[in-house]
Design a protein. Structure first.
Length: 72
């Protein structure tokens, strides 16, 4: 079983961590519509547009000097 919880001590002292969670079903009382539909504003904002293409840009030199052949 994986856990997203991590506990540590600033002083390095061993101990126990006890988590108490409510014994309720998070879905209980949640009523979702059968067909929620999609608002027109959302479909217009998410339409594909050649002008709004995504891009990934890497800047910097990875800690290397911008001067050639060693920096002083």
């Amino acid at each position: 079983m994986d856990s997203d919880i991590d506990a540590s001590s600033e002083l390095g002292i061993d101990g126990n961590v006890e988590l108490r969670t409510p014994a309720t079903d998070p879905v209980q009382g949640l009523n979702l519509p059968e067909n929620p539909g999609v608002p027109a504003q959302l479909t217009q904002a998410c339409e594909a547009s050649p002008r709004r293409a995504s891009r990934f840009v890497i800047t910097g030199r990875g800690g290397l000097s911008s001067r050639s052949q060693g920096a002083s």
